[in-house]
Design a protein around this ligand. Structure first.
Ligand code: HSE
Length: 303
């Protein structure tokens, strides 16, 4: 059995605009790195090699919470030493907590001879999401572990559908403000109007059909959110401008990445993705907010 493994756990874009809590996709870049070793003694030891000052006590750390959940399903005493290097900034909306939780259980599973299924791993990793945001959701965890675009049809019981998707370029801008997922969930209305629900499920179905049929125009038309975005976008300076400007620059569409503040845009070509990046940079330079951009692609490989 291997004594040490290293996994690079990708950033993810949850919701994909219209699919709040049910759709997500994995990105090629950025990635966190997790190195895990089996320990002689039972228990979990966590070390960070980055400057984010995240908790190391297992019950307060998202990777630790996921591993503690996994340990409950392991009959023999085992111990892990975890080294985490985060490149995905916590609170960015790019699935930072999911990368840590998912990466930890995937690495541990490899050390244990791959005894757990992907669905088991998603279940364990959701304990990390619960710690981070107060609720279990799998729209970052599932694509992080499985790659590509995933549909979470249900969490209880877990029903994940991997969706075939055409190649796409993704431009992300991360304005350097922090939006806590728990806060971004708190502000949402608990009820929706039927007419908005109809529009939203039309878009979700359109997006899924567009991905499967490789119909880029349909994908673009379906990237519309009439329920969550109008509330959350208020927390993100420059959002409307980035969105309308990106479409004018040729992007298929996009919106808030997860709970924000990052904004993502999908494009068919690298050239368009670069033009969108320039536009995003110009907007935040003008507004005077520090930002970071990524031009990357959909990551198809599983973790
Ligand atoms: N679906 C979650 C939300 C993702 O939007 O709150 C958080 O990254």
């Amino acid at each position: 059995m291997r004594k040490e493994v290293t996994v690079d756990c990708p950033a993810t874009v949850a919701n994909l605009v219209c699919g709040f809590d049910i759709l997500g996709m994995a990105l090629q870049d950025p990635c966190d790195r997790i190195t895990m070793r089996l320990r002689e003694e039972p228990g979990i030891v966590i070390n960070h090699t980055d400057g984010y000052d995240l908790p190391t006590e297992p019950a307060k750390n998202v990777a630790g919470a996921a591993l503690l959940d996994m340990l409950q399903a392991i009959p023999e005493p085992v111990g892990f030493e975890v080294e985490i290097t985060k490149n995905i900034k916590p609170g960015s909306g790019l699935g930072s907590s999911a990368a840590s939780s998912a990466g930890a259980v995937v690495a541990a599973n490899q050390l244990l001879g791959n005894r757990f299924s992907k669905n088991d791993l998603v279940r364990f990793a959701m304990a990390g999401e619960k710690l981070a945001s107060g609720v279990k959701h799998a729209d970052n965890i599932a694509p992080c572990i499985m790659g590509g675009v995933t549909l979470i049809r249900s969490i209880f019981p877990l029903d994940i559908v991997a969706l075939k998707a055409p190649p796409m370029f993704v431009t992300v801008v991360h304005p350097q403000i922090e939006v806590r997922t728990s806060d971004a969930r708190q502000i949402l209305r608990k009820e929706v109007l039927l007419k908005n629900a109809i529009r939203q499920w039309g878009n979700i179905a359109g997006l899924v059909a567009g991905l499967l049929q490789e119909d880029y125009d349909l994908i673009g038309r379906s990237l519309e959110d009439v329920i969550i975005e109008p509330v959350r976008s208020i927390l993100i300076p420059g959002f409307d401008e980035v969105k309308s400007g990106s479409r004018e620059a040729g992007a298929l569409g996009g919106g808030i990445s997860g709970s924000g503040p990052s904004i993502f845009m999908l494009s068919k070509t690298h050239e368009t993705a670069l033009a969108v990046e320039k536009l995003m940079a110009d907007i935040y330079l003008r507004i005077g907010i520090d930002y970071k951009t990524y031009v990357t692609t959909l990551r198809q490989e599983a973790l």
